[in-house]
Design a protein around this ligand. Structure first.
Ligand SMILES: [Mg+2]
Ligand SMILES: [Zn+2]
Length: 217
């Protein structure tokens, strides 16, 4: 069990414990243990967590532009081998805007899943919201529609899950269903912008593998 120090106000940009690489714990909302140890579940955002963040207001518009982040496949394999059920929940409004097609998105998803599988990982299901913001749908994060859908389809108690994402939007999505939030710092959000964060993540890690090591410790 790593030595986790509570930190209510500010994230301590230091390593906590040995080998956990935990950067910070902002709000000690709950205990660290899963309620349902037998069926632990995590939700992953895609861009900036699994693959390289394409940049603000930019999208991964082609198969070629989908690049795995270093250590991401390894992280997913680690979670899978530890018995985690893994879902992906991602906004892809570029489809709704016509920036790239549903077919391209499907090809990217197929390639992603194949490569993850080859590395020893398994994603149970990928959920996308492809709607434009203006439509006001219920699945565009920070609304929790994608998580709720997975919850219904796979009988997941969302309160006992973790949502790992690289943006405040992901943190808000987690909190909307009572899930614990893990902010990953290899995409959009930076620790230096912490004073502007509109929500407090439960945990902050430098990348997906650091978070996966923590969850499977
Ligand atoms: Mg993202
Ligand atoms: Zn939607």
């Amino acid at each position: 069990m790593p030595n986790l120090k509570k930190c209510n106000a500010k994230i301590r940009a230091t390593k906590v414990g040995s080998g956990t690489e935990l950067i910070g714990r902002v709000s000690p909302r709950d205990t660290l243990s899963f309620g349902s140890v037998s069926d632990p579940t995590v939700f992953l955002d895609r861009d900036g967590v699994i693959n390289r963040y394409p940049g603000d207001r930019l999208y991964v518009t082609s198969l070629k532009k989908f690049r795995f982040l270093p250590r991401a496949k390894k992280a997913i394999a680690l979670l899978s081998k530890a018995g985690f059920r893994i879902f992906v929940a991602s906004n892809q409004a570029g489809v709704g805007k016509g920036t790239y097609s549903q077919r391209t998105l499907d090809a990217i998803t197929a390639k992603m899943l194949k490569d993850i599988e080859q590395a020893g990982g398994e994603i149970t299901k990928v959920y996308y919201c492809t709607h434009r913001k203006e439509l006001g749908c219920s699945c565009r994060k920070p609304k929790p529609g994608l998580l709720k859908k997975a919850g219904r389809e796979f009988k997941v108690n969302l309160k006992k899950t973790y949502f790992l994402g690289d943006t405040m939007r992901d943190v808000l999505t987690a909190h909307a269903v009572g899930a614990k939030s893990i902010l990953i710092l290899c995409g959009k959000e930076k620790l230096s912008n912490q004073r502007n964060w509109e929500a407090k993540p439960d945990f902050v890690f430098k990348d997906l593998l650091a978070a996966a090591k923590f969850l499977t410790r």
